[in-house]
Design a protein around this ligand. Structure first.
Ligand SMILES: Nc1ncnc2c1ncn2[C@@H]1O[C@H](COP(=O)(O)OS(=O)(=O)O)[C@@H](OP(=O)(O)O)[C@H]1O
Length: 374
């Protein structure tokens, strides 16, 4: 019995009284903080809650490879499941001390509490070029745990701008803190209004352009149109305004898109050149891991996608993924990617090479990169 205690003074009940009261106080404090935390989580979740209604986005062809975004509840559940699985994997990696805390950085538990992250406007956009290899780049990038991308092409900055940013954001996949939201729409590169519009969304948006020899690109473009409309005139006849004079028809979009220097000038009015990464479409085929290394650096991502992720599929004649995002199976792009081109008259090909040469030179100069097309 400690000296000075009240024992024997006829007040034992009073001595015992403060104990339950302090427990009660502690309980009250704990309850309050629990309620406060729940409120904070609720607010955060509310912040991410879906904005106006949605949406079926478009893609280049045949579903585009990579799951077009269709806002059904089954699809949503599937995405949630995948995101949470990924979040748990990231958490495990983080706990094992393996490199940078991927995206959620110890946020797996938070992600679980929050449901599944937020829909955010893209921080990086693949803006072009049509038939450059944009689908391959996006599919490869999606392997990275810190990249989440819309499967379909949203065409927001060219066709659907009047629908507003809330509509656009609703198309995006949910991301955890630290993950990058991306989309690809190759027609942005040649859309006059696109640079101002993307800059208005965020001046800091990182832009990626996959470029390919403009002559091969034009033939690839023509091959795509031919597959949909087999009755169109020959490539040779569409190339020229006047075959005898050899005057090239620059109003034909297949030709027009390849004048990269001209389109780039438009972008440089709104973005510094350092904010645009130029990916070689040719190297994306011959050395996908090398190009992906550059892209990951540009996006500030850890170099997770390496040689180990690719194999060369002899039947397809292209590099394919050993494991696609969210799957354990090998994955090549669909049959509309990497299809055979029709034979084109070599004289016409040479005439086109001569036509593009000065524009290519200008483009090399502007980007500080010789793509080796000439
Ligand atoms: N790994 C891999 N697999 C298949 N195809 C590949 C790959 N890497 C790049 N490419 C080239 O991508 C070309 C299609 O480019 P895009 O995806 O930008 O086309 S589109 O604008 O979205 O329609 C496509 O053009 P074509 O060969 O003319 O079909 C391919 O050459």
């Amino acid at each position: 019995m400690p000296p000075g205690s009240m024992a024997g003074s006829g007040a034992p009940a009073a001595a015992a009284e403060p104990l339950p009261r302090s427990i009660f106080k502690k309980f009250l404090v704990m309850l309050c903080s629990l309620l406060m935390s729940l409120y904070v989580f609720y607010c955060l979740a509310e912040r991410c809650r879906a904005l106006p209604a949605p949406v079926v986005a478009e893609d280049e062809e045949e579903g585009g490879g990579g799951g077009g975004y269709v806002g059904g509840s089954a699809a949503l559940d599937e995405r949630r499941k995948r995101l949470l699985q990924r979040s748990r994997r990231q958490q495990q990696r983080h706990e094992a001390g393996g490199g940078r805390a991927a995206g959620s950085g110890g946020g797996g538990a938070l992600a679980l509490l929050l449901g599944d992250g937020c829909k955010r406007l893209p921080q990086a956009v693949i803006i072009g070029v049509k038939k450059g290899g944009t689908r391959a780049l996006l599919e490869f990038l999606r392997v990275h745990p810190d990249v989440r991308a819309v499967g379909a092409e949203p065409h927001f900055f060219d066709r659907h701008y009047e629908r507003g940013l809330a509509w656009y954001r609703e198309l995006m996949p949910r991301t955890l803190d630290g993950q990058i939201t991306m989309e690809k729409t190759p027609s942005y590169f040649v859309t006059k209004e696109a640079p101002a519009r993307i800059s208005a969304m965020s001046k800091g948006t990182k832009l990626i352009v996959v470029v390919r020899d403009p002559v091969t690109r034009a033939i690839s473009d023509y091959t795509q149109t031919l597959s949909k409309k087999p009755d169109i005139p020959t490539f040779e006849s569409l190339t020229f305004k006047n075959r005898t004079t050899g005057l090239i028809d620059t109003s034909w979009s297949a030709i027009q898109i390849g004048i990269y220097a001209k389109h780039l000038e438009n972008w440089l009015l709104y973005f510094p050149i350092g904010q645009i990464l130029f990916v070689s479409g040719e190297r994306l085929i011959s050395d996908p891991a090398g190009e992906l290394g550059r892209v990951q650096d540009f996006l500030g991502l850890k170099r997770i996608i390496t040689d180990k992720h690719f194999y060369f599929n002899k039947t397809k004649g292209f590099p394919c993924l050993k494991k696609a995002e969210g799957s354990s199976k090998p994955h090549c792009l669909g049959k509309t990617k990497g299809r055979p081109h029709p034979e084109i008259d070599q004289e016409v090909v040479q005439r086109l090479r001569d036509f593009y040469r000065p524009f290519n030179m200008k483009f090399y100069q502007m980007t500080g990169h010789d793509f080796g097309w000439d």
